[in-house]
Design a binder for this molecule. Structure first.
Ligand code: FAD
Ligand code: NAP
Length: 320
């Protein structure tokens, strides 16, 4: 049986949203506890160059996240390497059970557990991740100026990513497993009108082909789902845009969700459907999904939590 720790603010997640919330909460003297989870630093730790973090023309994703962690610690946040495996939001104080055995009880909770891009699950896709295979056009499109790119997917993300990539690429081939997109019609129209775009219907990607030295993508092997015919499509990059999974398993039966599992917050705030529980970053955002927007929401969540606590100072259900 582990110990029980009480905190005024429990922050779950250590991406840009979590660390920014920690900085603001610590500076508000709320003595937050942040639990890092299985991926300390979040999604940016699996990328290399980040070129759109304001103030840094170039920064390595893992380095940026180490700096954020140091910043949060320096201003007094307690950062704990642990994983929350269940969360009870039915009564205050809220209660979080962790893998280490510690039970965290909290007056407020900031959820910043992020989202993970879905991948095809191919060994060759894994091999070339960061070397021609990406799930983020905004992040990596710039590296494909004048080159041919393949995008896989048929939703809004795929169509948006493909359109965005036409600013850099000489040609963008969109491969979709069916004969129609699920993306909004207006987006589809834009895609079909773009002279740089070719759409290949009814195909899957079975393998990513590439060079060993230097490691890089040269083509994707596709298969026609109707005929079984195999075709290799030359390209320098494959963008996988088959959806994102928000990490909302902890709260899926407790909070209102929308758009396939994202935590719903009140417009213009980070307030969830339970007072005292706030959500920030990719966990709640199916549209922007950027480090800077996540950090911005982390700041909002800290300010929302501070305001909530100030309004409930003498509330009998809030422990000190
Ligand atoms: P995340 O970064 O997803 O972090 C979630 C955190 O929650 C993790 O620390 C995880 O360990 C923790 N967690 C999850 N479940 C639990 C649990 N049960 N208990 C405790 N902790 C938990 N954006 C840009 O702006 N620029 C870029 O160049 C860029 N490049 C990218 C490259 C790649 C390959 C990827 C995948 C994304 C990229 N992004 C980029 C997007 C950016 O990484 C995300 O928008 C951002 O990281 C989201 O931040 P977040 O804090 O919401 O969550
Ligand atoms: P999505 O709508 O779930 O679409 C995923 C696409 O990927 C689908 O076309 C799906 O094919 C395909 N796919 C899934 N798994 C696959 C696999 N293993 N192999 C090949 N193809 C696969 O996801 P999304 O496009 O990321 O959008 C998610 C949500 O965010 C949606 O609600 C969307 O509207 C929203 N969104 C909105 C905007 C915007 O408003 N501007 C932008 C981006 C996203 P099938 O069609 O055959 O299922």
């Amino acid at each position: 049986m582990g110990e029980t720790r009480h905190t005024r603010v429990l922050i779950i997640g250590s991406g840009p949203a979590g660390y920014t919330a920690a900085v603001y909460c610590a500076r508000a003297m709320l003595e937050p506890i942040l639990v890092q989870g299985l991926q300390p630093g979040g999604q940016l730790t699996i990328t290399t160059e980040v070129e759109n973090w304001p103030g840094d023309t170039h920064v390595q994703g893992p380095d940026l996240m180490i700096r954020m962690e140091k910043h949060a610690r320096a201003v007094g946040a307690e950062i704990i390497t642990d994983y929350i495996n269940s969360l009870d939001l039915s009564a205050r104080p809220f209660s979080a059970q962790s893998d280490s055995g510690t039970v965290y009880t909290a007056d407020t909770v900031i959820l910043a557990t992020g989202a993970q891009a879905k991948w095809l699950g191919l060994p060759s896709e894994e091999k070339f991740k960061g070397f021609g295979v990406s799930a983020c056009a905004t992040c990596d499109g710039f590296f494909y100026r004048g080159k041919e790119i393949v995008v896989i997917g048929g939703g809004n993300t795929a169509v948006e990513e493909a359109l965005f990539l036409t600013s850099f690429a000489s040609k963008v081939t969109v491969i979709h497993r069916r004969d129609s997109f699920r993306a909004e019609k207006i987006m589809q129209d834009r895609l079909f009108k773009n002279p740089k775009v070719q759409v290949i219907w009814n195909h899957t990607v079975n393998e990513v082909l590439g060079d060993e030295i230097p490691l890089g993508v040269t083509a994707v092997r596709t298969q026609n789902v109707l005929t079984g015919k195999i075709t290799d499509i030359p390209c320098a990059g494959l963008f996988v845009a088959i959806g994102h999974s928000p990490a909302s398993a902890l709260v899926k039966d407790q909070l209102k969700l929308h758009n396939g599992g994202y935590v719903k917050v009140e417009a213009g705030s980070t307030r969830t459907s339970i007072p005292g529980v706030f959500a920030a970053g990719d966990l709640t955002d199916h549209i922007y999904r950027q480090a800077v927007t996540s950090a911005g929401m982390g700041c909002m969540a800290a300010l929302d939590a501070e305001k909530f606590l100030a309004g409930h100072t003498n509330h009998p259900t809030l422990q000190r």
